[in-house]
Design a protein around this ligand. Structure first.
Ligand code: GAP
Length: 510
């Protein structure tokens, strides 16, 4: 996917009512975005796919909806007040600020791309006989590149954990230049806390409160409430979707890195010693959730963390191949018993579980899956948006979203505005609206209307023509194949249901 394509995603998102810059008539607000009439539907459908796959398909996972505001001490206990920061570095010439670790990871990416080129070349040469695993294990160029990557990883980890001046030294050693100015004139690396704060009450000066930087803590503080009221047995999970806020200094790449965004998180509570088994389970299951949407699996990869968050003993990202390289979409973290133990210590309340089988009480260990809804939205828009050559000298812009996630499931289009066609179309619409989100449109030629529906990803268009008045049939047209066929109005509900069914999508996960 090229930079060009990414620009197209951004302009298309605005032109067709998916994503707008926030407060645009006031010239916008950096790294804050609003979802438009089509964006809000797509976002809701992604959320529903996640919720159903996590909560409905797992009898031992339930949901909560905790507040954004929490007792301020939560963030002291969770380690966010002291430890939730990014290492930032400024370029003195361009005055641009960067995350030091991201500059280094972007540099490493060059070596990863070189490896991929070697693999692609060899695959072409050897054809069907190509054994990728053996090639990767024996090719000297790949070995050299991997050694370089590992060496940088080790130095970065040491610097981030022990001494930030070593991170600056590494940037200088690698000769990393500012992408804007090309200059290597860097400041020192400093830590910058990412939490926003505000005042809880207008009168009490002592009432500083934070906007949550992750939804997870709303789950931890409710762990016992849910476990007891739901009589949950370990292992069990608590899922939640909702807004989170981070003062991202280096906010860029559209909705990839925002100051206000939405997370879909699940904390899975397990017995001590069982966490790595569940970590592996969720790692695999979550990748399947992504590829189940029909995205090319080669577009996804795992990336093990070099530096763990303060709460984790194992962490992996599921990364997607964006135009700016592979970047994190979802994180899977083994959070140990860190969070619950901290909340025990800070509240003096026991957050334990009595395990009948083991005949003992313990603080459960936690495996977390954490997906950014906005990033997932970007993955889908980037994959789905296509300029298709129709082979007759024409092209069309089409958004090939998974049908179950499209903003509208069908569009109802009377061929003309006259001759009772709109009346009949509205009658059909009234019926179908009980099951589906339907778009009604009677302006412009039918060809233009088809193109507009293609551009917002509507899987099925229904055209009501003069014959419909007598034969109780309509023409339906499928977005992807552009195939058209005549069907009975009475069959429409069943045909659309089959095409856009969330159930069919979910079946891929069971
Ligand atoms: N509770 C764990 C946690 O918050 P994280 O890796 O910091 O982990 C999880 O965030 C996911 O949230 C990321 O994989 C990403 O999809 C999304 N995310 C994080 N920061 C974001 C931002 N500034 N803008 C948009 N999405 C973000």
């Amino acid at each position: 996917m090229s930079e060009e394509h990414f620009k197209h995603v951004i302009s298309h998102s605005k032109e067709y009512g998916f994503v707008f810059p926030s407060s645009e008539i006031y010239d916008g607000l950096a790294a804050v975005y609003d979802y438009g009439q089509n964006g809000v539907e797509l976002k809701k459908n992604i959320r529903e796919y996640w919720w159903k796959s996590m909560v409905q398909l797992h009898e031992n996972i339930v949901g909560v909806d905790a507040s954004i505001f929490m007792a301020p001490k939560v963030w002291k206990a969770s380690g966010h007040i002291d430890g939730f920061s990014d290492p930032l570095i400024d370029n003195k010439d361009s005055k641009k600020r960067y995350r030091a670790d991201v500059l280094i990871e972007d540099y490493q990416e060059k070596y990863k791309k070189k490896n991929q080129k070697e693999i692609d070349k060899a695959r072409k040469r050897f054809g069907d006989d190509f054994d990728e695993a053996q090639f990767v294990a024996t090719n000297p160029n790949i070995a050299r590149n991997n050694a370089t990557i590992a060496d940088i990883d080790a130095k970065l980890k040491d610097g981030l954990e022990n001494d930030l001046s070593k991170v600056k030294a590494l940037i200088e050693e690698l000769g990393i230049a500012c992408p804007i100015s090309g200059s290597k004139n860097w400041t020192d690396v400093r830590q910058f806390n990412l939490m926003y704060s505000t005042q809880m009450s207008a009168t009490d000066g002592e009432s500083q409160i934070y906007l949550r930087p992750e939804t997870a803590q709303g789950i931890f503080v409710n762990y016992l409430n849910v476990q007891k009221s739901g009589r949950m047995k370990i292992p069990f999970g608590i899922a939640q979707t909702g807004k989170a806020f981070r003062n991202e200094i280096v906010a860029r790449q559209f909705i990839m890195r925002m100051k206000e965004f939405e997370q879909m998180e699940m904390q899975f509570f397990v017995a001590p010693g069982e966490e790595m088994k569940w970590y592996d389970y969720w790692k695999e299951h979550r990748l399947k959730w992504h590829t189940n949407l029909g995205t090319d699996p080669a577009k996804y990869r795992y990336h093990d963390h070099v530096k763990m968050a303060h709460y984790a003993n194992a962490a992996v990202d599921i990364e997607y191949d964006f135009p700016f390289g592979f970047k994190e979409v979802e994180g899977i973290h083994s959070r140990t018993d860190f969070d619950l133990k901290q909340h025990e210590e800070f509240t003096g309340k026991k957050l334990q579980y009595f395990d009948n089988e083991r005949n003992e009480s313990y603080v459960p260990y936690v495996v977390e899956t954490s997906l950014g809804l906005d990033r997932m939205f970007l993955v889908l828009m980037s994959t789905a948006l296509q300029n298709e050559d129709l082979g007759d000298g024409n092209t069309r812009t089409v958004l090939k979203l998974p049908a179950a996630l499209a903003p509208y499931q069908c569009a109802i289009l009377p061929l003309t505005k006259k001759d009772d066609l709109p009346d009949m179309a509205r009658r059909i619409m009234k019926d179908l609206s009980l099951d589906f989100n339907c778009y009604y449109e009677e302006k412009d030629s039918i060809g233009k209307r088809y193109r507009r529906q293609d551009a917002i990803g509507t899987p099925i268009c229904i055209t009501v023509d003069h014959d419909s008045l007598t034969d109780e049939s309509v023409t339906i047209r499928f977005r992807d194949s552009m195939e058209q066929k005549r069907v009975k109005i009475a069959d429409l509900d069943a045909i659309i249901s089959k095409e856009v069914s969330m159930k069919e999508l979910l079946k891929g996960l069971v």
